[in-house]
Design a protein around this ligand. Structure first.
Ligand code: 2RA
Length: 350
C-alpha cells in the first residue's frame, strides 16, 4: 500500500514550496493530509492538482499516517513530532529541535542516506538550509580527499528568515528604489528604511548584514554553530575544524557560500572539478574566462547545489577554494525533507 503522508506547516514559506515539490516529483504517496495551525484550518490548497482542505494540528490528524513532514518553528516540532511518532508515523523534521539529538539521524540523502533507517525515536532531522546549501558538494570532495577543516562565509537570502524576511526585503527595496543619493556618504540607507527592518538587525536593502540567528557564547551566532555542528554530524567527523561567518545579503531566495576546505590529501583543480561535475545533486559551472559561475539569480527555483570558482589554494596543496549556491527553500529545506520522506516511503512499498 502507498503510504499516507501528513505535511505539517503546509501554509508557510517552506510548506508552499513543499506542495509544489510533491506535485512535480514521482508520486509515491496514497493520501496526503495538509496540516497547519488552527488559524489556517479550512483553507484549501492545491497538491498533485487536487484541492485539499487544511486541517488543524491535533493528535488525531496523525492517525493512519505513515510519514509526517514538519515545516514549523522549533517549539512546535519539539511538541508535535513526538506525538506523530507515538501514533506510528515516521516524523521528518525541518526544525532545529532534534538535529543534534544523538538518537535522531541528521540526513542528506546524497551524503548519508543510509542513516535514515536508524531512528530510535521515530524522528529524522533535516539540516539547516545553510549547511544543506554546501554539504552535498563538500561531501563529494570529502569522499575523495578526506576533509579536515572548513572555513566558510555565507551569503544568505532573506527568505531564510521566512515570509517575514521576504516581505521586509521587498518593502525595503521599495523605500530605497531609485534614490541615487543612498549608499553615498551623504545618503542614509538606515533612515530610508526607517522602522522596516523586519526580522533583520540592520537594513538589508543596499547592505550586507553579518548576522543570522541568535547570539551564543564567544560572539558566535546560532547559525554559525549550526554550520559547524551539523557538518560534523552529517559527515561523521566529530573533530572537524569549522569556522563560519554567516552574512545576510539582499537576495530573496538562494543561499551562497564561499568555502575554503582543507583535506588530508593533496588536491588537484581539474580532478576536483571533474569529481564535482559527476557528483549526484551537484552541477559545476566553472568557466571564469567566460564569466560563468553560479549566482543566486540563475540558481533560484532549481534543485541542485551549484559549484564554481574551484581553485587549489595557493598556499596549501591540500586546500580547495570554491563558491556554491543552493536554493534555500528547495534543497535547503523542502526538497531535502521530501527526499528523506521518499527514502522512508520506499520502505512501505518495497
Ligand atoms: C536562515 N538558516 O537563513 C536560517 C533559516 N533556517 O535564516
Amino acid at each position: 500500500k502507498k503510504p499516507t503522508l501528513a505535511v505539517v506547516g503546509a501554509t508557510g514559506a517552506v510548506g508552499t514550496v513543499m506542495l509544489d515539490i510533491l506535485s512535480t516529483r514521482e508520486d509515491v504517496y496514497g493520501e496526503i493530509r495538509l496540516v497547519a495551525s488552527p488559524r489556517s484550518a479550512g483553507k484549501k490548497l492545491t497538491v498533485r492538482g487536487e484541492e485539499v482542505e487544511v486541517v488543524a494540528l491535533a493528535p488525531e490528524v496523525f492517525d493512519g499516517v505513515d510519514v509526517a513532514m514538519f515545516d514549523v518553528p522549533d517549539a512546535v516540532s519539539a511538541e508535535w513530532a513526538p506525538v506523530a511518532a507515538a501514533r506510528g508515523a515516521v516524523a521528518v523534521d525541518n526544525s532545529g529541535a532534534f538535529r543534534m539529538d544523538p538518537d535522531v539521524p541528521l540526513v542528506v540523502p546524497e551524503v548519508n542516506g543510509e542513516q535514515a533507517r536508524n531512528r530510535p525515536k521515530g524522528i529524522i532531522s533535516n539540516p539547516n538550509c545553510t549547511t544543506l546549501s554546501m554539504i552535498v558538494a563538500v561531501g563529494a570532495l570529502h569522499r575523495r580527499y578526506g576533509l579536515r577543516e572548513l572555513v566558510v562565509a555565507s551569503y544568505q537570502a532573506a527568505s531564510g528568515a521566512g515570509q517575514e524576511g521576504i516581505d521586509a526585503l521587498y518593502d525595503q527595496l521599495e523605500r530605497v528604489g531609485g534614490n541615487r543619493e543612498l549608499g553615498n556618504r551623504a545618503g542614509d540607507v538606515r533612515a530610508a528604511v526607517g522602522d522596516g527592518l523586519g526580522p533583520f538587525p540592520a537594513p538589508l536593502a543596499m547592505n550586507v548584514v553579518p548576522w543570522a540567528g541568535s547570539l551564543k557564547d564567544g560572539g558566535w551566532s546560532s547559525e554559525e554553530l549550526k554550520v559547524r555542528n551539523e557538518s560534523r554530524k552529517i559527515l561523521g567527523l566529530p573533530d572537524l575544524r569549522v569556522s563560519a561567518t554567516c552574512v545576510r545579503v539582499p537576495v530573496v531566495t538562494t543561499h551562497s557560500l564561499a568555502v575554503h576546505a582543507v583535506f588530508e590529501r593533496e588536491t588537484d583543480q581539474r580532478e576536483a572539478q571533474a569529481l564535482l561535475a559527476g557528483a549526484a545533486g551537484v552541477v559545476l559551472v566553472d568557466n571564469p574566462e567566460l564569466h560563468e559561475f553560479p549566482t543566486p539569480a540563475d540558481v533560484v527555483g532549481t534543485d541542485p547545489t551549484w559549484v564554481g570558482r574551484v581553485r587549489r589554494s595557493l598556499d596549501d596543496a591540500r586546500g580547495l577554494d570554491l563558491f556554491l549556491c543552493g536554493d534555500n527553500l528547495r534543497k535547503g529545506a523542502a526538497l531535502n525533507t521530501a527526499q528523506i520522506a521518499e527514502l522512508v516511503a520506499a520502505e512501505f512499498t518495497g
